[in-house]
Ligand binder design. Structure first.
Ligand code: FAD
Length: 593
């Protein structure tokens, strides 16, 4: 090669590298696996792999989307950040509220139709006891698409190997699924190992125990059988579009344990990343109170919902939608824990030794049978509410009787029950800071005996500071030192609080918060302080989509080649699996078409 030719080649190479650098902003600063997603202009990308459709996330939205697209003839790659498929869906209870006239509803003689489902899920009246309108703010087009595809999606699951418990649909396990008909079906555990324990359910109970592995393992098998390529340990870090705010979506950048790769999507990218409530800064856009101490996200440490899909899409111009559904006080957006003394304390998810993620979960937690056995105090050792009170409510089949669809008079048929437990826990200590701070369950040796607790590891997490014990209350308060306890608990406060509570037990009346007939004094050492801070869970608002699950920009225009469903999509404030499965089913069909 002549000197001139060499020089030209060198300049060309430098220009090429310059363009690639522009295309990889998310990874320029080091560890790509932790970088927030960002925009990537894609013209000069060096593609490592390609497919017609790239699905981001192998959860309740992603796997149905991938299978539907593959069976429609598309070549499909799924990238999954975790070491295994499943997302939150595999940790779920497997309660699936698909309706509108499913084969299971017909078999049980339950009358339902797409129109009835649509009317239920767009009812603007007040149908739940805390005064919140569960369905008022749903996007009509998105719910119409759900109503029309709900029954076909259910039957599609059955065809793809999902076994439902052989019983009539009921109202157990769902939230915000409509008042007029029983729609809830439950996926049977069968002999797939449970991620919570690492073992299959007792053979005698496999056909009657509902679990999310009964949903996700059959879908994984169906996806692999159909020829979907599933890339585990691949985290999407950005989405390529022709230019950051115009043109088609071209593919994604992913990180595989520190190695970056670019995956071209010839037809479409489907975002199925599962929501945003694990991302502190993102969730605080909706509710500034939700600061770092709410670290027990439901579904973790199996998989996170870190807003990576939302942020990557917003970086190429996507809009958000239906934001009220995130701040409305519904169902399980923020929940009361059911376990104390461990970080991951969502009421429907307990981790046991044997689980592949137990090293991250660290403790099973102590399951609370009776909230009379303990008091809950804030960071400075003060009680804040009746410990027996519950979390937010949500409407479900038959919850309100009599019910007149879309009538302002429905509000007269609900007994008002304000949702103050969660709000009181999040209220804080009056020092002008956001966030309620840690909430501690305080109890004594007698309470541990009544509950049958053995408060030692691995039941409780001592090493990371989610559980403390001491021979006196003063010592206990002084010993509470952990990263979210931003001010020390004054021992004097805890002493006063327990003394006052004990006086309520003597009197049989809680003069401060109306706990019904407080039962037990807290008196016999050792004394314990166990983490009992509320848990964030559902994402009910996310990217703006249309009825085909195409993502829209701030002008309401479709971003060509970009789709989204499940908890990362906005406009439909229903908890859980049905929304995710159905939108995956819709997105897979339209993206491949
Ligand atoms: C303990 C528990 C119990 C539940 N029980 C029920 C129930 O019984 N009924 C019900 O209706 N709902 C239930 N839910 C809610 C339900 O599981 C979720 O709403 C549903 O799984 C959401 O589906 P999704 O596809 O949006 O997200 P997920 O199922 O969480 O899937 C998202 C996937 O995307 C992956 N991902 C995220 N970011 C990236 C990235 N950047 N790159 C690559 N991959 C990424 C994640 O690792 C994950 O695997 C439960 C949830 C929990 C946590």
């Amino acid at each position: 090669m002549s000197e001139e030719a060499r020089k030209k080649a060198r300049i060309k190479g430098q220009q090429f590298l310059k363009k690639i650098a522009v295309a990889r902003p998310a990874t320029a600063a080091g560890d790509a696996s932790k970088s927030p997603p960002s925009a990537a202009a894609g013209r000069a990308v060096n593609w490592d792999r390609e497919a017609d459709i790239v699905v981001i996330g192998a959860g309740a939205t992603g796997l149905p989307a991938a299978i539907v697209a593959r069976e429609a003839g598309a070549d499909v790659i799924v990238v999954e950040a975790n070491f295994d498929i499943g997302g939150h869906a595999i940790t779920s209870g497997g309660h699936v509220p698909l309706g509108g006239g499913t084969s299971a509803q017909k078999k049980a003689g339950i009358e339902d139709s797409p129109d009835l489902l649509f009317r239920d899920l767009t009812d603007w009246s007040v149908v739940q006891p805390n005064g919140f309108p569960d369905y008022r703010y749903n996007d009509r087009q998105i719910v119409r698409a759900f109503a029309d595809n709900s029954a076909p999606a259910f039957d599609w699951l059955v065809v793809h190997g999902v076994v439902f418990i052989d019983q009539a649909p009921d109202s157990f396990g769902g939230m915000s699924v409509g008042n007029s008909a029983m729609r809830e079906m439950h996926t049977a555990a069968m002999d797939w190992p449970w991620v919570q324990t690492g073992k299959p359910v007792d053979p005698a109970l496999q056909a009657t125990t509902p679990t999310g592995n009964g949903l996700m393992r059959p879908l994984e098998a169906a996806a692999r059988k159909a020829g979907v390529h599933i890339l585990l340990d691949h985290r999407m870090t950005s989405i390529y579009r022709e230019t950051p705010n115009a043109g088609r979506v071209l593919g994604i950048m992913a990180d595989n344990k520190g190695t970056r790769l670019n995956i071209r999507a010839r037809k479409a990218v489907i975002i199925a990343t599962g929501g945003s409530t694990g991302n502190v800064n993102f969730r605080r856009m909706f509710d500034p109170r939700l600061t770092e101490e709410y670290c027990g996200l439901a579904g973790m440490p199996w998989s996170d919902q870190d807003a990576s899909g939302e942020i990557a899409a917003m970086a190429i111009g996507a809009s958000l939608w239906g934001l009220y559904n995130q701040t409305g006080e519904f169902g399980s957006n923020v929940t009361k824990p059911a376990f104390v003394g461990c970080q991951y304390n969502y009421c429907h998810l307990q981790w046991f030794p044997g689980s592949p993620v137990f090293a991250l979960a660290r403790a099973t937690g102590l399951s609370v049978a009776d909230w009379q056995d303990l008091i809950l105090v804030n960071m400075i050792g003060r009680r804040f509410y009746d410990e027996c009170a519950d979390q937010y409510t949500a409407n479900n089949a038959g919850d309100i009787e009599p019910y007149t669809a879309c009538s302002y008079l429905n509000a007269r048929n609900v007994t008002y029950d304000p949702p103050n437990f969660i709000n009181a826990a999040l209220a804080g200590i009056g020092d002008g800071e956001n966030g309620g701070g840690p909430i501690w369950a305080i109890f004594d040796a007698d309470a541990a005996a009544r509950e049958g607790w053995n408060p030692v590891p691995p039941q409780v997490d001592v090493d990371e500071g989610f559980f403390f014990s001491a021979q006196s209350l003063q010592e206990l308060a002084a010993g509470i030192v952990m990263k979210y306890q931003r001010v020390p608990m004054p021992p004097k406060n805890l002493l006063e609080t327990v003394a006052r509570y004990n006086s309520f037990v003597e009197a049989g009346k809680d003069a401060d918060f109306g706990k019904p007939a407080p039962k037990y004094r807290i008196a016999r050492p050792p004394f314990y302080a166990a983490w009992a801070t509320p848990v964030v869970h559902d994402t009910r608002a996310g990217l703006r989509i249309n009825a085909k699950c195409q993502v829209l920009d701030m002008s309401g225009e479709v971003i060509p080649g970009l789709y989204c469903g499940g908890e990362s999509a906005g406009g439909f404030g229903q908890h859980g699996l049905a929304r995710a499965i159905c939108q995956g089913y819709i997105a897979g069909r339209h993206a491949s078409g």
